[in-house]
Design a protein around this ligand. Sequence first.
Ligand code: ADP
Ligand code: MG
Length: 252
Amino acid sequence: MTSIITIKNLSVDYQQTRAIDQITLAIPMHVRAAIIGPNGAGKSTLLKAIMNLIPTQVDKLTIFDSPVQKVLHRIAYVPQTSEVNWNFPTTVYDVVLMGISSNRWIFHKIKAQDREKVDDAIQKMSLYDIKHRNINQLSGGQKQRVFIARAIAQDADLYLLDEPLAGVDMYSEKIIMDQFSKFQKEGKTSLTVHHDLNTVSSYFDSVIMLNKILIANGPIDTTFTAENINQTYYGSRQIVDAVYEETGVIHS
Ligand code: ADP
Ligand code: MG
């Protein structure tokens, strides 16, 4: 299968701390992949490195066989909501609209067709009733859905999502996960930082297991094993047992 992302020997240092160490990774097209690992494992750093938002040391990093800068219009990146300033005076509608204009720079004139795309994305994320609301008046689930709506409006081929289910209610979780299924059916690829080990097998078809170094990357069946979970979570038998108990789907 063709790779959509190819990374060779990626390392990231923040001042004196090494956050990611010599990661080599190839992501096939059309996968719905989870990125998992404990707090501080470098999950967010990996997405930022792929987006070229932070300085890196790397031998090769290509997306669609091109340098990232050349294909940014084909990638939708959704940061962790905790990293965003929600006091910025703007509305749900305008944030979603930014998904379209971010591809074409700020002087781009908004066309009727753009408005349709924005309305469609807002509808898909069930945000219609609150589309004129200021973004500082949203619940956790609504914030995440606004970001996903912006990503839908962007109409990308690759989606990079940082904990889109963090702090969301069941209703939002369902809407968001249904949309991820649609992305996959439309032939899109997604990498999602995910914190809940119990839903990895049901929500994703492949997994990237990270703890500063890459522990494993591949299809759920062969990769999300007790041994790899053990290694990713500092040999915590408790975590492995808890996930096994909850899901019964760990293949050793
Ligand atoms: P994760 O998303 O897996 O929780 P991060 O990628 O956010 O982990 O962070 C990886 C490591 O890098 C952690 O030790 C974190 O404290 C550190 N780190 C992240 N961002 C910065 C920053 N801007 N400056 C300094 N250290 C950072
Ligand atoms: Mg993070």
